[in-house]
Design a protein around this ligand. Structure first.
Ligand code: DX5
Ligand code: ZN
Length: 222
């Protein structure tokens, strides 16, 4: 895969919330491709973050697409709300959803992109029947709920399997990874077939400007 084909999706979870607008403008200027928003309900995952109001306000500060990663127990109740707030794509988990096809169709009926997310312990095989209906697969490379975690190397063979499935069933479907992505792990996941990288702490940190962090991440996969 050509390196320029790899897209970066900074995760706001690691950003400085006192100057979110500024940080989004900085990643946009530095060439980020999408903004990744993590929504947690304290039930599906053991952590809580914000919801629609944040997306609605931030929508006004950038032209970049917003992808909203829903780590919540009943995503069906909130699909329309997030889309009305300004989400361009919704990422919904396979885990805990007893009618994923309905959730996927609901997002499509609302006219937006939809992606399916699988946790580290969930096998690639669960994607087989739903893959043709989605624009994106997100393979979690940490257990969802927190930023700053270590990348789970055991997910690499699964990323390769998902890449093969995509080529067979839905060429053009994005293969995204989320969790522990930095200059050391980005080349590994890109080598395994990922073409969209979520990165929180590797982009928003106190060591460097976001533009420098984004350039280092891009250089690592060149
Ligand atoms: C974790 C979230 C991630 C998180 C990644 O549950 O889904 O998007 O922000 O953070 P880093 O890049 O620091 O692992
Ligand atoms: Zn995420």
């Amino acid at each position: 895969m050509a390196p320029h084909a790899v897209k970066l999706a900074p995760s706001l979870l690691a950003a400085d919330f006192s100057r979110l607008g500024e940080q989004i403008a900085a990643v946009e200027l530095a060439g980020a491709d999408r903004i990744h928003v993590d929504v947690m309900d304290g039930h599906f995952v053991p952590n809580i973050t914000g919801g629609m109001p944040g997306v609605r306000s931030l929508r006004r500060v950038t032209r970049l697409p917003f992808e909203v990663h829903l780590m919540i127990s009943d995503p069906d109740f909130f699909l329309r709300d997030f889309i009305e707030a300004g989400a361009d794509s919704l990422l919904v988990h396979w885990e805990g959803n007893n009618n994923l096809a309905r959730t996927v169709q609901s997002v499509k009926a609302l006219g937006k992109r939809v992606g399916v997310v699988i946790n580290p312990a969930t096998p690639a095989a669960v994607l087989e029947e739903i893959l043709q209906d989605v624009e994106q697969v997100l393979v979690m490379t940490v257990n969802p709920g927190f930023g700053h975690q270590h990348f789970l190397h055991t997910t690499l063979p699964k990323i390769r399997r998902v890449r093969q499935m995509i080529e067979q069933i839905k060429p053009g479907c994005d293969l995204e990874v989320d969790g522990g992505i930095d200059t050391a792990t980005a080349p590994l996941v890109v080598g395994a077939g990922a073409n969209v990288l979520v990165a929180g702490s590797a982009i928003f940190n106190e060591r460097e400007e976001v533009a420098v962090a984004i350039k280092r991440l891009r250089d690592s996969i060149r």
